[in-house]
Design a protein around this ligand. Structure first.
Ligand SMILES: [Zn+2]
Length: 243
């Protein structure tokens, strides 16, 4: 299997995957492990990454069992542990560079060069204002304080909720969090080894204390160890990975 880089998009990996990492949901008593932080609630945000129809059961690029994160995440949303709850939303124009359909003669999963970077070509997904781009129907999205959309430009793709894969365009997320005086973020969502990982790494770079709750994520695992590698990489970067 080809080694995937950051420049590759989540979607291909999702479509290619056949395995699943770390599947535990919260136990029946609803206990969610503590990150052990001392930062006050108002300075802490929950970041929920890309829990959308296209990436969950029945979606065009569904992460296997990705829908299972929804009850866990809903408990976090309801936990009143956070000053702000933020959702990220993959939100592509129909002419996005990452779609194979926009490259004549190219097939899904082919890799092309875009601006000097590898770009995998994916099936259409999370197209702006379509049903597949909506949040999972059971996610308590109405309780979010803020939604950040990513991958919104024609010529760029984005794993991270902070910036595109080429690092050329930032989303409004960092400015929002700074304005709200957020110091610490808890990250969950889809997928552990792509968008969650890159969002966590960018959060570290942007100066936040970062916790990733593995039980609130699912890995793509294009290669069987990708989820574990993502965990190791995040830990090495200073992310508090809670397993
Ligand atoms: Zn996408």
């Amino acid at each position: 299997m080809k080694t995937f880089s950051r420049k590759l998009q989540l979607s291909t990996a999702i479509a290619l995957s056949s395995t699943l990492l770390l599947t535990a949901c919260p136990s029946d008593n609803g206990n969610i492990k503590s990150s052990g932080d001392k930062i006050s609630k108002k300075n802490k945000a929950l970041l929920v990454i890309d829990v959308q129809k296209c990436f969950t059961k029945g979606g065009s690029l569904a992460v296997p069992k990705g829908d299972e994160v929804v009850p866990y995440i809903n408990k976090l949303i309801d936990s009143k542990k956070y000053g702000k709850v933020v959702l990220s939303q993959d939100w592509h124009p129909q002419n996005n560079v990452s779609f194979a359909s926009n490259h004549k003669g190219k097939k899904v999963y082919e890799v092309i060069k875009v601006d000097g970077f590898d770009q995998v070509l994916w099936p259409d997904h999370c197209v702006q204002n379509t049903d597949g781009a909506k949040f999972h129907a059971d996610l308590k999205a109405d309780k979010a304080d803020y939604v950040v959309q990513k991958g919104t430009l024609k010529d760029y793709d984005s794993y991270s909720a902070f910036e595109d894969n080429n690092g050329k365009h930032s989303t409004p997320l960092n400015a929002y969090l700074k304005k709200q005086n957020i110091k610490e973020v808890d990250i969950v969502g889809l997928a552990l080894d792509y968008c969650v990982k890159y969002t966590a790494l960018d959060a570290i770079k942007n100066g936040y204390k970062v916790n990733v709750y593995v039980d609130g994520t699912r890995a793509v695992n294009v290669n069987a160890t990708d989820g574990q590698k993502a965990i190791d990489e995040m830990k090495k970067a200073g992310v508090n990975v809670i397993e």
